[in-house]
Write a protein that binds this ligand. Sequence first.
Ligand code: GLY
Length: 584
Amino acid sequence: MDSDTLRKKFLEFFANREHQHTIVPSSSLIPDDPSVLLTTAGMQQFKPYFMGKADPMRDFGSKNTVSVQKSFRTSDIDEVGDESHLTFFEMLGNFSFGYKPGEPVSSTGGYFKKEAIGYGYDFIVKELGLRIDYVSVFEGDKEVPADTESEKIWKSLGIADVRRMGREDNFWGPTGIEGPCGPTTEIYVKSSEGKSIEIWNIVFNEFYCNSDKTSRKLEIPGVDTGMGLERLAMVVENVPTIFDTDLFSPLMAMMPYDMDIRRKRVFADHARGIVFLVSDGVRPSNKEAGYVLRRLLRRIIVYGEEGIDIKKAFKKILSLYCGFYPELNANAVDEVLNGEYQTFSRTLKRGMKELGEGSALDAKSAFRLYESYGLPYEIIKEAGGRRADNLRREDFDKEFERHRAVSRKGKEKKFGGHGLILHTGELKAANEEEVKKVTRLHTATHVLQASLRKVLGGEVRQAGSDITAQRTRFDFTFPRKITKEELRKVEDMANSVVERGFDVIMKEMAYEDAIRNGALAFFKEKYPDRVSVYSVVDENGEVFSQELCGGPHVKNTEEIGHITIVKEESSAAGIRRIRATVTP
Ligand code: GLY
């Protein structure tokens, strides 16, 4: 069974008539949650549902969902090269939000331990024909009791080897500083080499972990599971490492025969990560996700010198994955590689020469190599050999942060008091003129969303947005490409709102009242109890658009200026993306 069949089998198993889960497309690797850098798990996009801040029945028509989520974990970057660690991976997961004890199990009732474990068992044993080696459950501690219920359920299914393990292994979450968390039960199977590997983590979100590490019981518990596709493929395809699965083997086969195996694996992992990060809009830079991308790029550029055609490798990855991920963008990947290659290749040789000489490397001298020649930590650590023995990532990162803090201070001064506006991760502007432009684009985005819904129907829902001083980018749910004719209708409708000069009115109210009145809320956003609602209202007081929003907005739509939709494309499966500009 190949990996594509595995993805489909998983989604179909949970979406079938018996299990009734709604298939939700993977969200972007760039999360809407500003407290995390990249999407690290399937539950990321569902956090508001676990916290009772968003309604799954409204958004998915079910309390149960299933997804194949693009995920990226920087925490494992130093482990990549062994048999099973990756930065980018695909996470299969099923989720249930809101199980009420006593309610019948169904798409409206949600489910909990008995069903979650039963589904896990059925999928692994009956669907895939694998043998469970053993399972683990939470052993309990001062705060949370031992999970004897899961233990009993596994035994009733005929699994004799149930091991109790501690918090380190069998307690998940929260992501970020606070959030849902709970005990887990994990499924282990034997690899072709006879080693036991963990393949499926089933989390019972029974608690809410506060930022001070205390926790309270959640009124409505949920289920969150995560199973790495690569590891599952490894055991299903009965191969010794994830790099021998069909997800990687065509790529591994392109690398020089005599190249070190760890370096081959790092190349394969990083090249795949780059293709997905770039396609979701990350661009190389010296901060946050852009810095992660830059490090991956530079490392493969250095490894490429051993005789790998990087462009060909990217093409291979695109051909392997574009069937399931239509958002993959060959042109963007090509452009980003060319750009980074140009910047880096100028200094690479000199940097490597300097790295080959001199005395022991510490965080300071390593950081100087990064600053002068752009050599990332990984390259310095590896190519520095014995001289880098005492160099540690934490020290390098500290040095990096210290320098960034100094340069940030310098920049804030330059903007002379206007400062940086960052509004729920949506608005980015640096001076007064940009703030005005961004404000116009912000209202234009509301007008466009309302126009899209009127032209294409109510299934259009915001799936993300990003506004800069140049343009607005708006992602929304819609199952197919939008025709030119439809786009023109949307644009004309939006511009007639501009021309007729509708008032934009802000009202504060309780969240529940806003939703009851039909105001649109971005389902991934966490809203406070009292919210501001912005309405665009016509001459007769009829509401054209109504959204929960922090603003800022123009007072009247005539201030927006002419709206032009410059692009319409796919952003992910089931998600379309438009870009629009405004001109005076
Ligand atoms: N959220 C469960 C996992 O990532 O394993």
